[in-house]
Design a binder for this molecule. Structure first.
Ligand SMILES: NC(=O)c1ccc[n+]([C@@H]2O[C@H](COP(=O)([O-])OP(=O)(O)OC[C@H]3O[C@@H](n4cnc5c(N)ncnc54)[C@H](OP(=O)(O)O)[C@@H]3O)[C@@H](O)[C@H]2O)c1
Length: 296
């Protein structure tokens, strides 16, 4: 394997920190791109990026983006969208300026497929509706539709499911409630949840860097989709805690608005077709294995 020189945006985030560590352990050279504390600094609103950012770089991993888990006020929506589109456009214009072939690996979400689908979703499935679906389409489109797209040696979109780790994200927020014996399904609990462990999403990014047969859109989820009720039971069992009554859907919508409908209440059964074809081996293929490894 040839080691690569990789520029990582959003390297300070939940996924980014572990991806950078894993890439370094594999012998790649990693340069972090951040608004504040990176090896390289950018000010996206001003269209500024350190001119040395791309020196020697042959791969970009673009993870930066305003966190989705907040109430979607008009200002928050604008930040969520702009932090992904403006950053991508800035990276693409730098690629044009350098005029050198480069691999581009970009985060995306399974929300590309919408938030309420009964069909099983592969990478070939059409996009769905909703704020996040539109965002993911525009985000991926900011790369494929850019004039600089022809300079990309490869473009990969990691359509990520709910990342599970006690270190952050959804699971970290749920843990104190479940540990207190107060956890319960969200809404009716019938909604299908497509998730991935942090360890496996990191291994998928590493594979995307090292394997040029993994290309285009990639559904980054575990093969073992579960309903929210099944997830709740598995979490209760692993923590040896009872599971309570469901949290009513109206309450979630009242507190979190549309964000709840498109995230915790989303019903998406996403299949990792491409990863299966490439014989990717999940460390945590099913929810009980994943939760036990993380929490016991
Ligand atoms: N975690 C999940 O479950 C999940 C699921 C699907 C998709 N994804 C996507 O995968 C990517 C990485 O996820 P993550 O969980 O690691 O995210 P995260 O922990 O929220 O970190 C994202 C990083 O993006 C940068 N950032 C935050 N707000 C920004 C803004 N307004 N403008 C520019 N940069 C900003 C920050 O880096 P600096 O402060 O260093 O600039 C931050 O560390 C995200 O784009 C996310 O949408 C995540």
């Amino acid at each position: 394997m040839t080691s690569k020189n990789i520029l990582v945006s959003g390297a300070s985030g939940l996924i980014g920190r572990s991806v950078c560590d894993a890439l370094r352990r594999r012998g790649h050279t990693v340069r972090t791109l951040s608004r504040r504390h990176g090896d390289v600094i950018w000010h996206v609103e001003r269209g500024y990026i350190d001119s040395s950012a791309f020196d020697g770089i042959n791969c970009i991993i673009h993870l930066a983006g305003e966190n989705i888990a907040q109430r979607w006020s008009a200002a928050a929506r604008a930040r969520i969208v702009q932090s992904r589109l403006a950053t991508t456009r800035l990276l693409m214009s730098e690629i044009t300026r350098h005029g050198r072939k480069i691999d581009f690996i970009c985060a995306s979400g399974i929300n590309f497929y919408g938030y309420d689908r009964d069909d099983k979703l592969t990478e070939e499935s059409p996009s769905g509706s909703g704020f996040l679906a539109e965002l993911c389409c525009r985000w991926e489109g900011a790369i494929t539709g850019s004039a600089a797209a022809e300079l990309l040696a490869d473009a990969k979109f990691i359509r990520t499911g709910v990342v599970l780790t006690p270190e952050g994200g959804a699971l970290k927020k749920m843990l104190p409630i479940f540990k207190a014996g107060l956890g319960g399904p969200l809404g009716w609990g019938h909604q299908m949840m497509s998730w991935i462990s942090l360890a496996d999403i990191v291994r998928i990014y590493v594979r995307a860097v090292e394997d040029n047969t993994l290309t285009g859109a990639v559904n980054a989820v575990a093969p073992g989709n579960v309903s929210n009720a099944e997830f709740t039971r598995a979490l209760g069992a692993v923590l040896h805690r009872p599971v309570c009554l469901p949290v009513p859907e109206f309450a979630l919508k009242m507190v979190f608005g549309e964000m709840a409908r498109e995230t915790v209440l989303a019903n998406l059964q996403v299949l990792p077709q491409k990863l299966r074809q490439l014989r990717f081996e999940w460390k945590h293929p099913d929810i009980t294995t994943a939760l036990k490894a993380m929490l016991q």
